[in-house]
Design a protein around this ligand. Structure first.
Ligand SMILES: Nc1ncnc2c1ncn2[C@@H]1O[C@H](COP(=O)(O)OP(=O)(O)O)[C@@H](O)[C@H]1O
Ligand SMILES: CC(=O)N[C@@H](CCC(=O)OP(=O)(O)O)C(=O)O
Length: 301
């Protein structure tokens, strides 16, 4: 153990200074909601997963209300592959037929959800695994998406099957959990009023939850440092207008499209700050929330 009487200016003092630096952030976010979207690409490494779970536990212990919304695109892809079903995406969204939606629910609300719950519980907390169906939390309807065909320049309607968009969020259960020891961990699956189950892009789902709760922060943990330009350089800050232009000119593509669109909608819905950051950096959440060393791309109005 370090002798703190002889370690002046050494490691122990630095650690204490780092802890003390967190105080104004703890005060700023006390009783406030922070929604963290944990992407499928950021998962898969046990050490990183443990660091993520500890960060979430620490937020809760600091009097903050963390809510985890998770994805699992690569994991769904692997399971579909095992079953001999090909994954097809349009505009960054998975084309989801009846068989696929069953597997999506099984992977997201089943195995992945419980893995994350177990990781947070292993840090001594009380995580509870949910999806949109629990407590009538989220209702969806069939998503209506259009896309401009790059060859003909004609807009076409996409039929994505059981891909949903959120139409209602009921805060009752989440408000109850915010007052308790429980940390909600939510899978992006929700029922429709038509009785079907819908597969919702996890970014879109996280944005809808953050918007309904007027969250202080919405963090997207992914596998890249943030939004990158064509040369791979990071945009530290983007206005809503700049982000829209980058989607239109193709700099932003694939899964980054629903992510950035969600950032824009979340800001318009009243979320105070939205950040896209690298979930492969250890303790990315704590670094973003509890220190002045913000990372990633901040989207501003
Ligand atoms: N301009 C861009 N900047 C950064 N990433 C981009 C960009 N355009 C497309 N992408 C892709 O978006 C991916 C992140 O979206 P996605 O795969 O859906 O992540 P997640 O599963 O973490 O939500 C990156 O891995 C990258 O391949
Ligand atoms: C409609 C749609 O595309 N749903 C996603 C849901 C999971 C997800 O979004 O996971 P990531 O955050 O890891 O990408 C899918 O089926 O892959």
């Amino acid at each position: 153990m370090t002798d703190i009487t002889t370690d002046k200016g050494g490691k122990a003092e630095l650690q204490a200074e780092f802890l003390a630096e967190a105080l104004p952030y703890m005060q700023q976010y006390e009783n406030r909601t922070i929604v963290v979207k944990y992407g499928g690409n950021a998962m898969g490494d046990d050490t990183l997963g443990q660091a993520f779970a500890r960060d979430v536990a620490l937020l809760k212990q600091s009097g903050i209300n963390p809510i985890v919304v998770h994805g699992g695109g690569p994991q769904i892809g692997a399971m579909l592959n095992k079953m001999g079903i090909e994954s097809k995406f349009e505009g960054g969204l998975r084309v989801t037929d009846e068989k696929t939606v069953e597997i999506v629910e099984m992977v997201l609300a089943g195995s992945i959800n419980k893995e994350i719950v177990a990781m947070i519980n292993a840090e001594g907390e009380w995580a509870i695994g949910l999806c949109g169906k629990d407590g009538n939390m989220v209702f969806a309807k069939k998503a209506h998406k259009t896309m401009i065909d790059p060859d003909s320049n004609i807009e076409r309607i996409l039929d994505l099957g059981f891909v949903g968009e959120v139409v209602e969020v009921d805060r009752t259960l989440l408000d109850l959990l915010a007052k308790s020891e429980m940390i909600p961990v939510i899978a992006p699956v929700a029922p429709g009023r038509d009785g079907h189950t819908y597969n919702i892009n996890a970014d879109t789902f996280a944005g809808a939850i953050a918007g309904a709760l007027s969250a202080s922060r919405l963090l997207f943990l992914t596998d890249v440092p943030g939004v990158l330009d064509r040369n791979g350089n990071l945009f530290k800050e983007l206005s809503v207008g700049e982000a829209r232009a980058l989607i239109a000119d193709g700099t932003i593509s694939g899964g980054m499209i629903p992510k950035v669109e969600t950032c824009i909608q979340a800001i318009e819905a009243g979320v105070e700050g939205v950040v896209i950051l690298n979930g492969k950096t250890r303790h990315a959440v704590l670094l973003e929330i509890m220190t002045e060393h913000g990372a990633g791309t901040l989207i501003v109005p």
